[in-house]
Design a protein around this ligand. Structure first.
Ligand code: ADP
Ligand code: F6P
Length: 324
């Protein structure tokens, strides 16, 4: 018979993502409505180690479902990657009566969640990252908002790019993962998409395509470049020198990570937050909530972390096929 969880802690960790507030709200209210207390941990694992812990009521999460960012703040914390830091974190949880924990974040945050589970704190991960780079799930909180924000910004760059008959390199977020770049590439009808998982650095191929496209009458040439490849400004200079076509670089940056969450991010994040509480209430630990094959489900954290995800080859091929 599972021990009944009495107090759940909730934290956000790693890069923030629009929809995290909806998930926090869901955790708080799903727990309180089951008679479980909730404590908010500020600034991720860093705040846990500093004992920045606050009691949360249903009203603590009023008026946040539509807000970007995270009301709990977020951080990256080196100390928590050490065994000593993790033991300290688990002791602090025990001291505050926290016997269940919901960690909203990416793969790195889940590694920390696995450590807390191993130290006796029932812990569940909820996938929160704009990068969509968590292998066990087809949905991560914030991706939908981020790609919609980037798409709208790229539409605007496209207008001016066409008017001036220029080439535009637009850099989107994603240090190791090209999902934002791929989706924007599709949605914005980009002529080229450079993904960290695929790009071989051969600029001559790009240059040739820009020249060919100009010959067949294309007025602009949009290149979506992922942050992991970077160097958009110097790339623009080299392309302009080689093609004679005016080329500009635009780096979208952190505007992609903020802003009001889309309907999808609010709904999925709410359901995932509530599912995390459900798992804890069933006495489960060391699991990650996921969305796979059209259903909400959950995986063992270590199994989830061992899974591999790659850009679907057929999707990348289709994106290239549609550029002319
Ligand atoms: P994300 O969760 O978005 O992948 P990070 O990789 O920056 O973001 O991880 C967030 C935090 O999770 C780190 O700052 C650290 O505190 C914690 N973390 C990352 N890796 C580990 C690990 N191997 N063990 C324990 N904690 C970790
Ligand atoms: O959260 C994911 C992400 O936005 C990545 O796309 C990006 O590479 C990274 O975080 C940027 O992190 P920071 O805000 O710490 O520069």
């Amino acid at each position: 018979m599972a021990n009944k969880v009495k107090t759940i802690g909730v934290l956000t960790s790693g890069g923030d993502a629009p929809g995290m507030n909806a998930a926090i709200r869901a955790v708080v209210r799903a727990a309180i409505n089951r008679g479980i207390k909730v404590k908010g941990i500020m600034r991720g694992y860093a705040g846990l180690l500093q004992e920045e812990i606050v009691d949360m009521q249903s009203s603590s999460v009023s008026d946040i479902i539509h807000r970007g960012g995270t009301i709990l703040y977020t951080a990256r914390c080196m100390e928590f990657t050490t065994e000593e830091g993790q033991k300290k974190g688990a002791e602090i949880c025990k001291k505050h009566g926290i016997d269940g924990m919901v960690v909203i974040g990416g793969d790195g945050s889940f590694r920390g969640a696995g450590k807390l589970s191993a130290l006796g704190i029932n812990t569940i991960g909820v996938p929160g990252t704009i990068d969509l780079d968590i292998a066990c799930t087809e949905y991560t909180i914030g991706f939908d908002t981020a790609v919609n924000t980037a798409m709208e910004a790229i539409d605007k760059v496209r207008d001016t790019s066409t008017s001036h008959e220029r080439c535009s390199i637009i850099e989107v977020m994603g240090r190791r993962a090209g999902y934002i770049a791929l989706w924007c590439g599709f949605a914005n009808g980009a002529e080229d998409i450079l993904l960290p998982e695929r790009y071989d650095g051969d600029e001559q191929v790009l240059i040739n395509r820009i020249i060919e496209n100009r010959k067949i009458g294309k007025k602009h040439h949009i290149i979506i470049n992922a942050e992991g490849i970077g160097h958009s400004t110097s790339m623009a200079r080299r392309i302009e020198a080689a093609t004679g076509i005016e080329t500009r670089a635009t780096i979208l940056g952190h505007m992609q990570r903020g802003g009001t969450p889309t309907c999808k991010d609010r709904v999925y994040a709410s359901i995932m937050g509530a599912k995390a509480v459900e798992l804890l209430a069933e006495g489960k630990s060391d699991r990650v909530v996921a969305y796979k094959n059209g259903e909400y489900t959950d995986f063992d954290i270590q199994e989830a972390l061992a899974m591999k995800k790659d850009i679907p080859e057929d999707q990348f091929a289709i994106s290239k096929l549609l550029t002319r």
